[in-house]
Ligand binder design. Sequence first.
Ligand SMILES: [Zn+2]
Length: 149
Amino acid sequence: MSVSNLSGHWTDEQLIEHLYDVGPEDSHLNGCRDCQARLSSMQAKRRKLELSPASEDEVSFEFLAAQRRKIYARLTERSPWWSSLQPRKLVSAAAVLVLGAGLFVYEENHRQQMMANKVSDAQLAEQVSSMAEESEAQPTAPLQALFDE
Ligand SMILES: [Zn+2]
C-alpha cells in the first residue's frame, strides 16, 4: 500500500480502504482525531448509502423506467389490431385477402359453370343422340344431292 501523505494523515483512499477492511495497518488512525473524524464522516456516508442504496438519480431513473414500462404496456394493451402489424405483414395480409377474394370469385364462376354444365349435359346427350340418328339416317345424303342436280 502507498504510504501516508506528507502531513502523516491518511488519504481519502486509505480511509475508504479501511472502511472496507482492506486499508493499511497504520497506527496513525488511532492517534489522529482528524483522520478519525474523516473516517467517521465516511462511515456515516456509507451507512446512509446502505440504508438507502438507491440514490436520488437511481430512484428517479427507476421511477421513470417503471413509468415508461407502464406506458408501453398500456399502449400495447389499447392498440388496435392493425397497429401490431408491420407494413410488410399488412401487404401480405392484403394479398391474402385479394387471393381469397379471387378464389371465391373463381369458385363461384366454377360452381355456376358446373350448374350450367349439369343443365346442358342432358341437352348435350340429346343432341349427340339426335346427331347420331341423323348421321345414320343420312349417310348418303351428300351423294343424293349430287344426283339431284
Ligand atoms: Zn491523520
